[in-house]
Ligand binder design. Structure first.
Ligand code: GRF
Length: 213
């Protein structure tokens, strides 16, 4: 089986990178992590890449165009076919976004289009929503926009603070990102305007009430 070559961009902890590394450890998984790029030398995710024997590069350029140029070289050199942003905290140059159009995805800790930008979990608590979750989407020039590939929903509990809600969402992220990349890698996604249609998909048949009693 030919595996899709994925380049993962990180800035920090790298727990979503780890989820992708763990998924790709299964030889039956249709994607492999070819290279990791971090814009920060102190990103903990770099050690995760090293532990998995995945080459990594620190591309610290602050200027967007300079970062894009340097990152493109690394991605091309590694034969990357899909870019996965995983806690990558820098804005990307428009030309970089255009170059990877429909071949770059991001994971965000809210049910987009609600709560884009920073501190999505804090935004959800402030808005008083009873459910939140996470979203994997194709990347477009506007931050946290783009056709939605997949979402996971978690309840918001009365006792939640930002950290508790973030932890619940993060556990969902670690399931959702490998699923979304798998669907993409096997060619089951078709972008139709703002929608991503998933062939042969099993959609859950449920209504979740919160509170449920
Ligand atoms: C995640 O919550 C992700 O949704 C957001 O940044 C966080 C990154 O966490 N974009 P990690 O570095 O993958 O642990």
């Amino acid at each position: 089986m030919r595996r899709l070559r994925v380049g993962v961009l990180i800035s920090g902890r790298g727990s979503n990178l780890q989820a992708l590394i763990d998924a790709a450890a299964d030889p039956g998984y249709p994607a492999e992590i070819a290279v990791v790029i971090s814009n920060r030398a102190d990103a903990a995710g770099l050690a995760r890449a090293a532990a998995a024997g995945i080459p990594s590069h620190v591309v610290p350029e602050n200027d967007r165009a300079a970062f894009a140029a340097a990152a493109q070289l690394v991605l091309a050199d590694a034969g990357v076919e899909l870019v996965a942003l995983a806690g990558f905290m820098r804005l990307l140059h428009d030309e970089f976004v255009a170059a990877w159009r429909d071949r770059m995805v991001n994971i965000h800790p809210s049910l987009l289009p609600a709560f884009p930008g920073l501190n999505a979990q804090r935004q959800a608590l402030a808005a008083g929503v009873k459910f939140s979750g996470c979203t994997v989407h194709f990347v477009r020039a506007e931050v946290d926009t783009g056709p939605i590939v997949a979402q996971a929903v978690v309840p918001v509990e009365d006792s939640d603070d930002e950290a508790r809600l973030a932890a619940r969402i993060l556990a969902a992220e670690h399931r959702l990102y490998p699923l979304a990349v798998r669907l993409l890698a096997v060619g089951r996604l078709r972008i139709d305007g703002n929608r991503v249609l998933v062939s042969d998909s099993a959609t859950p048949d449920f209504v979740a009430l919160n509170p449920s009693d």
